[in-house]
Design a protein around this ligand. Sequence first.
Ligand code: ADP
Ligand code: MG
Length: 154
Amino acid sequence: MIVSYTSKNPQETISLGEKIGSRLNQGVVFAVYGDLGAGKTLLAAAIARGMGIKEPITSPTFIYYQSYPGKIPFYHLDGYRLELLTYEDKVELGVEECFQNGAVTFVEWPQYVAEFLPQDRINIGINRVAEEDCRELTFDFNREKHQWLWEVLV
Ligand code: ADP
Ligand code: MG
């Protein structure tokens, strides 16, 4: 199932992310594609806030990933600097652990950690459109498994 959502400004992306966060179950993985400055980290922070995580979410580009404890633990992983590493190197860094124990995992640049992504995940593409603050968000997910997301988006 593919659902598109047009965000007219950062606040709309934040509102949507908070709604998504408030409905999340354990073990959900978001693979989030989009160029630098698309709004991936902004969306991650909003989802975490919606999950009840109080700690501010910052971009994990230089530390690969960051975990945030909560009712459901939240992992924020950035594949950007992992492109050239081997599978073993990524395991060594702890990438595999980001997808275990029922955590919710939000992955930026998922193409660089493709070996670790579960089959059942929510793919999100964020793309700029003509207007400065406008973004097109495309959600690709299994509607039977993630009825809650369908309800948030429509
Ligand atoms: P990324 O993690 O994809 O590199 P960031 O989330 O760090 O991007 O930054 C996105 C930037 O784009 C922020 O400065 C944000 O305010 C801005 N922006 C403008 N319009 C939007 C929008 N509709 N949705 C999300 N971010 C937006
Ligand atoms: Mg980012």
